[in-house]
Design a protein around this ligand. Structure first.
Ligand code: HEM
Length: 372
């Protein structure tokens, strides 16, 4: 069997195969659905079944909301960002990235998860709500980050914390502050917009950090990407190997037959873009194996990137996907002008999606004879 980079110590993320991530990857190649425990959850393993779970919202319901409270399965629709919103968010991202990285360039090591916070939060805020005055935008972006931070211990906890726990109180405080500021801005649906903003901040920060970590871990692929101007391909390849939303859940409203197998009523069903991204059938024919970071595979291939559904599918597919991809592409262009080096092994943290921890990187000039 080919070496699995999520298990291999040489890729510096040797803790990755533990926990749920390891269990999901171990289901690769098995005809789904696979029960991960005696009573589930049930993991679907094919693209067809994943699409069915994500698109058939009548049968497959959202089990919890963003704060891990049970939902009725009803879920406010968030409109897909319009092209002018994406363009505005992308401009903001580029400007804020350049501002945030002045001290990083040629300086000491910094954590990419920290460096990318303001560029992403301000970019997404501008795209969703803008145009806003800079001070106002920055204030809202800070409140979004504050709420995202307060959600972290709730999402990471083994069991959802109790209503009056410190974590819940802190989360309520941060959410209320954000919703009040959105009300002051006369945003029509402050609760929906708050969720949209939060969803559009943590995930792109993690994806961007992965992009830089993968480039640092694979200097030859980074050099090829630089030579051939493969920023878009670097973005897709990052989302294939490290989709931040690597697994997402639904609950069956009734028993249901899938392509292969049947699920009972009230069962938790998992779909995993990470698992699908490792299926050889979804890669351009003749390209490197699924475990290899190779952005070049997407140049002129016979398969379009994205079939592993890193942005989901169906009625709840990511409404910010064009902005997310644009942010990552802009970041890959920025990285192409630099030599990015990991100063400590980056491990996979599975507590809220997947993100690299630490993601300590140093950035410098491209060496005159890079390792190509
Ligand atoms: C690289 C960046 C991004 C990735 C990989 C990503 C991934 C995803 C995925 C997989 C889902 C579906 C989850 C599910 O079905 O359970 C989703 C939903 C969502 N995303 Fe993104 N996302 C990104 C960027 C953004 C941005 C920039 C925004 C905001 C402008 C955003 C806002 C949302 C919202 C509001 C939802 C929930 C949609 C709904 O439930 O109807 N995302 N995202």
């Amino acid at each position: 069997m080919a070496p699995d980079p999520l298990r291999s110590a040489t890729t510096t993320d040797d803790t990755a195969a533990i926990g749920r991530l390891g269990a999901v990857l171990a289901a690769r190649g098995r005809p789904g659905p696979v029960a991960l425990g005696p009573h589930g959850p049930h993991l679907v393993t094919s693209v067809a079944d994943t699409r069915r779970v994500l698109t058939d919202a009548e049968v497959f319901r959202f089990p919890v909301d963003v704060t891990r409270r049970a939902t009725t399965g009803e879920h406010a629709m968030v409109a897909r960002l319009r092209p002018e919103q994406v363009a505005r968010g992308t401009r903001t991202f580029e400007a804020e990235l350049s501002r945030a990285t002045t001290g990083w360039d040629g300086g000491g090591a910094d954590d990419a998860m920290e460096v990318l916070r303001l560029p992403v939060a301000r970019s997404t805020t501008d795209a969703v709500l803008g145009p806003l005055e800079t001070m106002c935008r920055d204030h809202v972006a800070d409140l979004v980050l504050d709420w995202v931070d307060s959600l972290a211990p709730i999402i990471a906890a083994t069991r959802p914390p109790r209503r009056w726990s410190r974590a819940r109180r802190e989360e309520r405080r941060a959410r209320t502050a954000l919703e009040r500021s959105l009300e002051d801005l006369r945003v029509e649906q402050p609760t929906v917009s708050a969720v949209e903003l939060a969803a559009g901040v943590q995930v792109p920060i993690a994806a961007g950090a992965w992009l830089l970590v993968l480039l640092a871990q694979h200097p030859q692929a980074a050099a090829a990407a630089r030579r051939h101007d493969l920023a878009v391909e670097v973005a897709w390849e990052t989302l294939r190997l490290r989709p931040p939303t690597w697994v997402t859940a639904r609950m069956t409203a009734r028993s249901v037959s899938l392509e292969r197998g049947t699920l009972p009523a009230h069962a938790v069903v998992l779909v995993s873009p990470l698992l699908l991204g490792h299926l050889p059938d979804l890669l351009p024919s003749g390209s490197a194996g699924p475990e290899v970071f190779d952005p070049q595979r997407w140049v002129g291939g016979d398969v379009r990137p994205g079939s592993w559904l890193p942005f989901g599918a169906g009625p709840h597919a990511c409404p910010g996907r064009s902005l997310g991809l644009a942010q990552l592409t802009a970041l890959a262009r920025w990285a192409a002008d630099r030599h990015v080096v990991l100063t400590e092994p980056a491990r996979i943290d599975q507590t809220r999606g997947i993100f690299p921890s630490p993601a300590l990187l140093r950035c410098g000039a491209v060496p005159s004879s890079p390792e190509e």
